[in-house]
Write a protein that binds this ligand. Structure first.
Ligand code: BG6
Ligand code: MG
Length: 227
């Protein structure tokens, strides 16, 4: 029998905020409340540039937009209070908040011995997945506590692939943020964007959500990209 040497997808890395749960909205609400202290009205369009970006880098971006020059202490205080507000919003999460299609896709991947990882910039990732009842779901979790560089740096995805023991080229990333898609591409991974084409146009495939995303669709896309 000939050996099956056809390259294929061996691992799928899920972003958390905005992919598994709509916590991207909570990040926005919390930052918006704090940006008011700098008399800055944080718009939804601003928030696109904060998705996938660490808390520390986010507060710096907001200060720049607001045209303020806070001390390190003030930056830390704003970031800490944003986090308290964010955690309050997240504390109400339950397994019902898992976004459409995500559980089906994870179950299908596992049934086909494809590894599943979480690749999130958030330092609160473990708290959030616990609320969602997904704390034992992932083979590997890489979160904001494990990385130095924020997306679009590929560090989080490269680390996840290494921990799964899979080559980056055999991984697929599912993301809702432009910075996350860029990180996946830099890591040489297949990049699937969930959201709007205007924002995620660099992805290999863009879908409104994961409802119709299946393993066979991912594999088909992978073979198309290879040829
Ligand atoms: C990312 C979010 O997942 O995590 C960003 O898209 C957020 O908006 C980042 O800033 C860091 O999250 P946390 O929970 O560590 O403040
Ligand atoms: Mg996200």
């Amino acid at each position: 029998m000939p050996l099956d040497i056809k390259p294929n997808i061996k691992g799928v890395i899920f972003d958390l905020d905005g992919v598994i749960v709509d916590s991207a909205q909570f990040h926005y609400e919390a930052w918006k409340a704090l940006a008011c202290e700098w008399n800055y009205d944080l718009k939804r369009s601003d928030n696109e540039a904060l998705k996938g970006v660490s808390r520390k880098d986010s507060v710096l971006k907001i200060a720049t937009w607001a045209g303020v020059y806070p001390t390190t202490q003030e930056l830390e205080s704003i970031a800490a209070r944003k986090n308290t507000l964010y955690l309050e919003l997240c504390s109400k999460l339950t397994p019902h908040d898992i976004l459409p299609g995500i559980e089906n896709l994870i179950n299908e991947l596992k049934a086909n011995t494809i590894k599943v990882a979480l690749g999130s910039a958030s330092k609160n990732a473990r708290f959030v997945i616990e609320k969602l009842g997904l704390d034992t779901t992932f083979d590997v979790i890489v979160d904001g506590n494990d990385v130095i560089h924020s997306k679009p740096n590929p560090e989080v995805f490269i680390k996840a692939a290494k921990r799964m023991n899979i080559h980056a080229q055999n991984c697929c990333v599912i993301e809702d943020a432009p910075a996350g898609i860029q990180a996946a591409l830099k890591a040489q991974m297949l990049a699937i964007g969930l959201g709007k084409t205007a924002e995620l146009f660099q992805a290999h495939l863009i879908l409104p959500n994961a409802s119709h995303l299946t393993l066979s669709k991912i594999e088909q896309l992978y073979q198309q990209i290879l040829t």
